[in-house]
Design a protein around this ligand. Sequence first.
Ligand code: GLU
Length: 291
Amino acid sequence: MKTNRDLSGIKRVVVKIGSSSITHKESGGADLIRIEKLVRELSDLRNRGFDVILVSSGAISVGINAAGIKDLYYDGNGDPEHPDEKLRIKQAAAAIGQARLMMIYQRIFAEYNQLTAQVLMTKRNVKNNLNRFNVTNTFEELLNLGAIPVVNENDSISTYEIKFGDNDTLSAIVASITKADLLILLSDIDGLYTNDPRKDPDAEFIPYIDKLTDEYDDFAKGSTGSSVGTGGMATKIQAAHIATSSGANMVIANAKNLDVIHEIINGENVGTWINANADKDFYLSDYFEDD
Ligand code: GLU
């Protein structure tokens, strides 16, 4: 199919994968078959000469499974009445799960001779100008070294005031500070629809957005994320505003088949492509102004 996506200048790519795409739904444990496929795709991108950054969720889910606390404390959706009660358990689970997840990534990336690095972030790393400068330099050096940074929110220490809250937003921020050319958001949906396709049979798929205007915010209203991740369509649109205003193109695509990564890079018409639209007046620090 003919597509108006322009991939000619693309060199630096951020890929975000959600918890539900790399963990087993029933147990919460790591889905090694899918992680192995993801790692192979990303290693291949490196072999083609792209700079690659992975933003991976899954720490909390893998930790809950590893520590065997799912049935005891955690109902999968959290308890909206008592958020604090769950918070400390989730934070402990994240500390266990992040280490395990990173061990899995490192082992498999090493099989493909890839150098990996872990970067755990909180809002503080980007809100403050000096901190943002430092983390930007860290990414730059890691990419100069040819490493694949594996990024997550530092869930074990981040509480409300310093939390990004979801990795869709975090991945857009990472794309912004690393001046990435493309952000690929992989999730359990095919892309953007005119309405929630699970509720509205007439909802139409949107393959290409030339300019992300505020009217798209309405399309995302009411959609929710999966039980283990936190991002719904609204967070993806918010991420798209950050990424595209910072000069990155963005694709929202389904992680069901991870071939989608090289299909996107090869210019195939999969997922929803949102064109970069660099705004010289966009500053990440303004984005956190009200916090
Ligand atoms: N940072 C969380 C984790 O690794 C997930 C956040 C999200 O799904 O957006 O478990």
